[in-house]
Design a protein around this ligand. Structure first.
Ligand code: SF4
Length: 410
């Protein structure tokens, strides 16, 4: 029986007192307020207009389960319909108006993760996620190659010819999508850092960060992967971990501290923030004009989840020749690529429509390039950008920085 689920007779709660202790307050806060402002920024709700796909329902379900009106079987599928972007938490009046005084913050993302985890523990699995996580467990990396196995022996193939050492005080963690699919991104990062003399190495045996498994409810697997990576960092003497993708950054700064507490004695450095610092301090000179008209896609896990929106803009504004048509980061609370939290695995059509709407907004600015700092957003945005009447190219911020620094890309 799952930790948060108790055997309940008709009309009794099937949630355990421990689960309810954690979530009752949040569930009633949302249920009794009924502002529903959050739904218009929700990328899923914008497309489906289905009441079951709202943060309101996600919280009301807990109230109904406590009362014994609904079971986990009834509601488990509702929680598939979330990219864990965090927009609803920022837009929620309960966070905005009462947060400081009552020390309250709406935590829809954590609730969705907790309910997905309950479902998996109770044996209620979504077919796509079940297969994805089984393959990740087998390969130790996410199956991002459309049927081709992402084998452990190939996890550092992206670094061929770059002469990077194993281990050291600073180690680069390369996201699965970047390591196997968008390899031009880690290659750009490595070239930039080598160019300024910033020393770093690779892991002996990098596994997936485990974040996606945690997002889909596979908590035990996520924890196992985290333990492996931490052991590898310790074995190579790492003190500092460079992180090039926002999804890994969330796992390392939110999931890992929850697993390991004070024993997690590593510094996690987001590559975008490091590069912005290098540019601002004049240590990385961007001298090659880039004649493009661009806008920036605020990745959900940087902007909404971590409040990181200034560093990437500082970098873009330092690139000569670039025309940067910005859309402020608050307006972009309602934008999403649809790529997060395994949503696209279970709901590919809705995810594609979310990405299509995102590139439509970019196209309205009459740009030729959409710049992102999230490897996972780049594949769906590229697919949709290529379908436009005037196609939009999608580049990673680090790819464009490498070009502006006069470095090879690819
Ligand atoms: S986290 Fe994002 S996708 Fe999930 S319910 Fe909230 S706004 Fe919608």
């Amino acid at each position: 029986m799952a930790d948060g689920i108790a055997p309940g007779a008709q009309g009794e709660s099937t949630l355990t007192p421990e689960f309810l202790d954690e979530w009752r307050n949040a569930a009633y806060n949302c249920y009794s307020s009924g502002h529903k402002f959050c739904r218009e920024v929700c990328p899923v709700m914008q497309v489906t207009r289905d009441e079951r796909h709202t943060p309101t329902t996600f919280h009301a379900n807990v109230v109904a389960m406590e009362k014994g009106f609904l079971s986990l079987d009834d509601v488990a599928e509702d929680y598939v319909n979330c990219t864990q972007c965090g927009a609803c938490e920022l837009r929620c009046p309960n966070t905005l108006f009462t947060g400081d005084f009552y020390r309250f913050r709406t935590r829809t993302v954590d609730l969705v993760k907790a309910m997905r985890s309950l479902a998996v523990e109770a044996g209620i699995e979504q077919p796509g996620w079940k297969e994805w996580n089984a393959l990740t467990d087998r390969y130790k990396n996410e199956p991002v190659l459309n049927g081709q196995p992402s084998l452990q022996e190939n996890v550092a193939d992206w670094a061929q010819g770059l002469d990077l050492p194993i281990g050291g005080e600073t180690v680069l963690f390369c996201d699965c999508e970047a390591a196997f699919y968008r390899t031009s991104l880690p290659r750009a990062v490595a070239r930039i850092l080598k160019h300024v003399g910033y020393e770093f190495g690779l892991m002996r045996e990098q596994w997936c960060c485990g974040g996606p498994a945690a997002e889909m409810g596979y908590a035990e697997q996520a924890r196992r992967f985290a333990e492996h990576n931490v052991a590898d960092w310790r074995a190579v003497g790492a003190k500092r971990i460079l992180v090039l993708d926002p999804h890994d950054y969330i796992a390392f700064t939110e999931d890992y501290p929850a697993y390991f507490g004070d024993e997690l004695d590593f510094e996690f450095v987001l590559v975008v923030e490091l590069v912005a610092e290098l540019v601002n301090e004049g240590k990385l000179q961007l001298t090659q004009p880039i004649e493009r008209v661009v806008t920036y896609h605020d990745a959900c896990r940087l902007n909404k989840r971590k409040g990181i929106h200034k560093a990437p803009r500082d970098i873009l504004r330092a690139i000569p020749g670039l025309t940067f048509k910005d859309v402020d980061h608050v307006t972009q609370w309602s934008y999403c690529s649809g790529a997060g939290a395994g949503f696209a695995i279970e709901r590919p059509e809705v995810a594609a429509e979310i990405a299509r709407r995102r590139v439509d907004k970019a196209a309205a600015l009459e740009i030729d390039t959409l710049v992102s700092a999230c490897a996972w957003s780049e594949r769906p945005l590229t697919e949709q950008g290529g379908k436009l009447e005037r196609p939009i190219e999608v580049l990673d911020l680090m790819e464009i920085v490498a070009q502006a620094a006069g470095l090879e890309v690819g």
